[in-house]
Design a binder for this molecule. Structure first.
Ligand SMILES: Cc1cc2nc3c(=O)[nH]c(=O)nc-3n(C[C@H](O)[C@H](O)[C@H](O)COP(=O)(O)OP(=O)(O)OC[C@H]3O[C@@H](n4cnc5c(N)ncnc54)[C@H](O)[C@@H]3O)c2cc1C
Length: 629
């Protein structure tokens, strides 16, 4: 039987959050790209929580946007509620989260993909890699068709050999009953790829007409909405918002769960996969935090055109009858009707230490990967990796150097470095505590940190880049001006200080000194600063933060300088560390396994000590001198 054979520059397997970003990046860089999915209707599907962003995840979305990705733009056009989280804390942890209309989110991403030049969408299951001499050549699909390409990006999410479980019910499907992908795992193993078996879970969806909201606390969105994308006009996101609702589990809920733990596939051993520590099921919460009398439950609308509500905080894989008892024990849900059961899903993914920080496989040139397939969890983590894997598949096809973001540039850099350098035996979720330079990596300055890179890669337009350069110039000029604005201890000044509960001045000072007072901001002092030009909101925000946190920012910049010293010390590829005699055995084993790209990455591998790094440093110096002779 004649099989279809086609040629492309890049094949992207998977149209989830990772695959969409990867395919758009390749096509927008002019590469002929084909995007595979088992179901076109599942493009950018949100099989779990109906929101984008949240603590540290909002940072990732802003960084994706600053590099020229799509997620930020897509959510700005399909959100139904938005909140800036952690506003009572410092700007490093301020993080945007928006409730999405799921079906609108999928519909708009599909429309964007379908109208992108150089991009072909194909509903077909990829079953096999085509590899020759450790170089990727393309993929094969279930029908036997072959698609040849210079690079391939795998973003298969939670579909590989997926099975969905609740109680003793097992469905060999992907999320939402979609077809699972059951063949590619075997082809990966045949090509020497090490796989993990991971698991995640989701709560039930319930009918909002069966909920008594009078027993819950309404959670409204922000009055003034801040957009995710730096390209979105803030006036375009000031919409009528829907509310979420807060209620709690109680002792009755916990009793129902404890009495039926033996029927949970999680506790009966039916589930083999490892689950995310930071996204625990309600069973896990009740067992692990047995002293807690209640856990928060958030009812979140899934969209404007549906009555389905997501029961946030109660993901589970308990049997159906127990799910009814459990959800109906919660205040306001006594009569609840379940539309979709809660369930757990198991799937194959890879051990990400097989990847370079470029997200290319060390053993198969031209093969890249992103998303849940790399052992992460979350739409935002997936999209961030998909973008980088897509950019680097494009760079590989164009014979250019890969884009590698280190930990001092971005949360994306932290995410990828943690995945490929640290031992991850459970789904990896981003958190602000993972970023050592988080005062520099704020969500508000992602454009200032990354737009230049997006522009150099070719995903950010000249016009957009020029605006960022102009914004930077305005900020620098204003921050400099403020240092020299003298403020006297006059009546007008004292009145403003009193208004904001700030200590009256005894002698003159500078505007910058006043802004550094915790209770004062650049905006509050505009009345006593007659020469101040008019600026857009985002410039005002930057000026305030850069002046207020000047000392801390300078300290972190010093730390980054130290960090870069090791980061810039490249290590040879495919190197046999057994040659470095004075290295400890454990270090030799780990370095041979991980093949770090630089001394900084080597220093973060568990089992490699600072003493080993000193040994390597001396060895590199000797090698360098020998090569010079
Ligand atoms: C039940 C469930 C619960 C979850 N719970 C959480 C949670 O609590 N917290 C959290 O952060 N995240 C959770 N997630 C994870 C979140 O959904 C994912 O992180 C995110 O969707 C990953 O995006 P992705 O692009 O990597 O993969 P997905 O969104 O899974 O997309 C994968 C894509 O690959 C395609 N595909 C796969 N294999 C093939 C093949 N062989 N051939 C062709 N196409 C293929 C599919 O059609 C799909 O388009 C959950 C997911 C599920 C399913």
């Amino acid at each position: 039987m004649p099989y279809i054979e086609e040629e492309y520059d890049v094949c992207v397997v998977g149209a989830g959050h990772a695959g969409c970003e990867a395919a758009l990046a390749c096509a927008r860089l002019g590469l002929d790209t084909i995007l595979f999915t088992v179901s076109v209707e599942s493009i950018a599907l949100m099989p779990c929580n109906p929101n984008i962003g949240g603590s540290s995840k909002g940072h990732l979305v802003r960084e994706i946007d600053a590099l020229g990705g799509q997620m930020g733009i897509n959510i700005d056009k399909t959100f139904i509620q938005s909140k800036m989280l952690n506003c009572s804390k410092g700007p490093a942890v301020h993080s945007l989260r928006a409730q999405a209309d799921k079906s609108e989110y999928t519909r708009l991403m599909r429309k964007t993909l379908e109208n992108t030049d150089h991009l072909t969408i194909r509903q077909a299951e990829v079953t096999e890699l085509i590899v020759e001499n450790e170089h990727i050549k393309g993929v094969k699909t279930f029908s036997g068709a072959s698609y040849y390409s210079k690079a391939v990006v795998l973003c298969t999410g939670t579909y590989l050999k997926a099975r969905c479980l609740y109680g003793d019910v097992v469905n060999h499907t992907g999320p939402n009953g979609l077809q699972s992908a059951d063949y590619l795992s075997d082809s990966l193993k045949e090509n020497g790829v090490e796989l993990f078996r991971f698991k995640t879970g989701t709560p039930a969806r319930v009918d909002k007409r069966s909920i008594d909201f009078s027993k819950m606390e309404e959670q409204k969105g922000d009055e003034r909405v801040v957009p995710f994308s730096f390209t979105t006009d803030p006036e375009d996101v000031q919409i009528d918002q829907v509310s979420c609702w807060l209620t709690y589990t109680n002792l009755k809920t916990h009793e129902v769960i404890r009495e039926n733990l033996d029927r949970s596939p999680l506790y009966s051993g039916m589930i083999e996969g490892t689950g995310p520590r930071y996204c625990p099921s309600i069973e896990d919460k009740v067992v692990k935090f047995a002293d807690k009398e209640r856990h928060q439950v958030f009812l979140e609308p899934e969209g404007l055109y549906t009555n389905e509500m997501y029961v946030g905080g109660m993901s589970s894989s308990l049997p159906e009858d127990v799910q009814y008892q459990m959800y109906r024990s919660v205040a306001g849900m006594e009569q609840v009707k379940i539309v979709r059961n809660a369930y757990a899903i198991e799937y194959d993914c890879i051990n990400p230490r097989q990847l370079y920080p470029s997200l290319e496989f060390k053993k198969i040139r031209g093969l890249f990967s992103g998303g849940q397939f790399n052992g992460s969890s979350g739409y935002e983590e997936a999209a961030a990796q998909g973008l980088i894997a897509g950019i680097n598949a494009a760079m590989f096809s164009l014979g250019k150097d890969p884009l590698i973001l280190d930990r001092s540039t971005s949360y994306i850099g932290v995410l990828i470095d943690d995945l490929v350098t640290k031992e991850n035996h459970e789904p990896y979720r981003m958190m602000t505590s993972r970023a050592e330079y988080r005062l520099l990596l704020r969500q508000d300055n992602a454009d200032l940190r990354l737009s230049k890179i997006g522009y150099e890669v070719g995903l950010i337009s000249q016009e957009r880049y020029d605006w960022v350069v102009e914004k930077e110039r305005l900020i620098e000029k204003e921050v400099e001006r403020i240092q020299h604005v003298k403020i006297g201890a006059n009546a007008a000044v004292q009145k403003i200080l009193e208004l904001h509960g700030s200590t009256p001045l005894k002698t003159g000072t500078t505007l910058a000194e006043l802004i550094r007072r915790p209770e004062l901001t650049y905006e509050m002092l505009k009345e006593i600063d007659s020469d101040r030009p008019d600026f857009p909101e985002d410039v005002i925000e930057q000026v305030n933060i850069q002046v207020k946190y000047d000392g801390y920012i300078k300290r972190q910049l010093k730390q980054v300088k130290e960090f870069k010293k090791l980061e810039n010390k490249r290590l040879p590829e495919h190197f046999d560390y057994d040659q470095v005699k004075s290295l400890r055995i454990e270090a030799k084993q780990k370095l041979n396994l991980y093949q770090p790209v630089n001394l900084g990455q080597a220093s973060r591998i568990s089992g490699v000590s600072p003493a080993d790094i000193s040994v390597l440093l001396v060895y590199l110096e000797q090698m360098y001198r020998k090569n010079k002779e």
